[in-house]
Design a protein around this ligand. Structure first.
Ligand SMILES: [Fe+2]
Length: 255
């Protein structure tokens, strides 16, 4: 029987699977066999918080039974399964990155595959936390952000029309809609994001809307427009105002 060498095993993994699958196989030794293990001792894992895998899920900042048009069952499932799963995946990938960083047999492009997965999981964790945090309000834009929306979009209604239009464009698929403050362009923008790794360069998210089907299918089936209405009715504009103030102050701009 042909002996499976370490390098040959990497070649098989590169053509067959994703970064996560690759990493799982690396530690399980399922593709390397005991011969590979004895010939090349595993290098010591990298230390430091970057490889710590210590992230903890943040609790929901509101009572899910008190939202308008979004069921407690939907919100709880979304928080626990989708957001919670992203936190677990991010932790696992961080640890995996540390464990293979010094492995000289691991080609950089394979390591980069894991970094791609990390990018996606970071995006999922951050965007979900921002999403849940900007729910639980009365859905009525007010304060400085309302004035800024009027300034950049001529009126709040025009901003609302564009934000909803982007959301409807993602219906039936997946992605995010993000109102952001762009520190480079020094303006407010509504952005389309196809997945967790998309964010407009230079933009700090102020209002985040999840358009993955898991965010609404339990309550509305394929009727994404009804979910969009429900989401907008629950936006916590106090939080959006707080984010706006921090974003503007952080880049030294004056409102
Ligand atoms: Fe989600």
């Amino acid at each position: 029987m042909e002996q499976v060498t370490r390098r040959k095993a990497f070649g098989v993994m590169a053509s067959a699977g994703t970064g996560v699958a690759l990493a799982n196989m690396l530690t399980s030794g399922s593709a390397l066999g005991e011969v590979g293990r004895s010939e090349t001792p595993s290098p010591a894992p990298a230390g430091g918080g970057a490889f710590g895998g210590k992230h903890q899920p943040k609790p929901l900042p509101f009572n899910p039974s008190q939202l308008t048009g979004l069921s407690s069952h939907l919100i709880q499932s979304h928080w626990e399964n989708n957001y919670g799963g992203a936190v677990k995946a991010l932790n696992a990938i961080e640890v995996k990155l540390g464990s293979v960083l010094r492995d000289k047999d691991l080609a950089p492009y394979m390591y980069a595959d894991l970094k791609r997965e990390q990018l996606l999981r970071i995006g999922s964790v951050v965007l979900h936390e921002l999403y849940f945090e900007n729910l639980g309000g009365d859905g009525k834009p007010a304060g400085d952000i309302a004035a800024a929306l009027t300034s950049w979009f001529s009126d709040v209604g025009t901003w609302d029309t564009e934000f909803r239009k982007i959301a409807n464009g993602l219906a039936g698929g997946s992605g995010w809609v993000v109102l952001g403050y762009n520190a480079h362009l020094k303006q407010l923008t509504n952005s389309w994001a196809w997945d967790h790794a998309h964010n407009a360069a230079g933009a700090t998210p102020l209002l985040v809307m999840d358009m993955y089907e898991h965010a609404y299918h339990m309550d509305y089936g394929a009727a994404a427009a009804k979910y969009i209405d429900a989401f907008m009715a629950n936006v916590n504009w106090d939080i959006v105002n707080e984010r706006y103030a921090v974003a503007v102050k952080g880049c030294g701009d004056v409102r």
